[in-house]
Design a protein around this ligand. Structure first.
Ligand code: NDP
Length: 271
């Protein structure tokens, strides 16, 4: 019997994770299957328990269950604790291990795939929700020169910054006027509804990279704005998706797949 894994979410039909993990398994010769698991919004734990009882070895967790998965795990990695969210569950014989690979996914995409150092960079993170929280600790580990969080609701950005003891500055969008950043990461859900966070003009430094965590929507309003403002490189979140999957695969199987051909394949499918 092959080992069983799945992505659990609601909705989950759109998830590219089964395709990504099937490629990783093929590449590394692992005998495993990876499914989609739709959980009713009020039954995450029962659905995860039933999957585990049927022999499931691990789950990727997507919206809206990352907070519940955090509470469901018996043991948490440092990354999951910092994020207060879990996107990877590993079922061991007597324990459920919770981890969060989203931040490592973003850093690996920036550094390896896009060739941009986070170390020493002036970094602006837009949004103060789950996606932003999940990437702050791994970004800080890279030692950026600055990490500023801008959010519509200032109090949420301030609360989030306080969790990271002085390494992070919080502010409004308006307060960004006159400042310049080398990396600008959109971790808001504005792109989901075709919206643009209210960024002032001039925040992109000459060689800036604009990164939208959203993917599969073509050029989002944020990326279009960045292009108009002269950002040198535009990137969507597909690379982050593949890289966080590679980290999960490593946690489960102890093997590091080659993410580059898988990202290339997904890009080709998009066209
Ligand atoms: P949350 O609902 O937790 O947070 C949403 C954030 O977006 C809040 O900070 C909110 O501000 C802000 N926001 C929403 N609408 C607007 C707007 N019109 N203008 C400005 N700010 C806005 O969502 P998540 O953090 O979970 O997810 C954010 C995005 O990240 C999603 O689009 C998701 O798809 C993507 N993502 C991508 C991943 C990948 O692998 N590529 C992984 C994880 C997430 P306020 O507090 O003021 O309401």
């Amino acid at each position: 019997m092959p080992d069983r894994y799945a992505v659990i979410g609601n909705p989950v039909a759109h998830s590219k994770s089964p395709q990504i993990h099937a490629e990783f398994a093929r590449q590394t010769g692992q005998d495993m299957v990876y499914e989609r698991l739709l959980a009713p919004t009020d039954a995450f734990m029962a659905t995860a328990d039933a999957f585990r009882a049927r022999g499931g070895r691990g789950l990727n967790v997507t919206l809206p269950f990352k907070g519940e998965a955090f509470r469901y795990a018996d043991r948490l990695s440092e990354g999951a604790r910092a994020a207060q969210a879990v996107n990877t569950l590993k079922f061991e014989r007597d324990a459920i291990i919770g981890d969060n690979t989203d931040g490592a996914g973003l850093v690996n995409d920036l550094v390896r795939n896009l060739g941009r150092a986070v170390a020493g960079a002036r970094l602006l993170l837009l949004g103060a929700g789950g996606a932003a929280r999940g990437v702050i600790a791994p970004l800080l580990e890279q030692q950026p020169a600055q990490l500023v969080i801008a959010n519509r609701t200032l109090g949420k950005a301030q609360l989030l910054a306080q969790c990271f003891r002085g390494g992070v500055e919080a502010g409004t969008y308006a307060a960004l006027a006159g400042r310049r950043f080398d990396l600008v990461v959109n971790a808001t859900s504005a792109s989901l509804v075709g919206d643009l966070p209210p960024l002032p003009q001039g925040v992109f430094a000459r060689d800036a990279l604009a990164y939208d965590m959203m993917y599969g929507r073509g050029e989002t309003p944020f990326l279009a704005f960045a292009r108009g403002e002269g950002a040198a490189v535009l990137a969507d979140g597909l690379g982050m998706l593949v890289e966080q999957a590679a980290e999960s695969f490593f946690i489960w199987r102890g093997l590091r797949p080659d993410s580059a051909p898988v990202l290339k394949l997904l890009r080709a499918n998009e066209e």
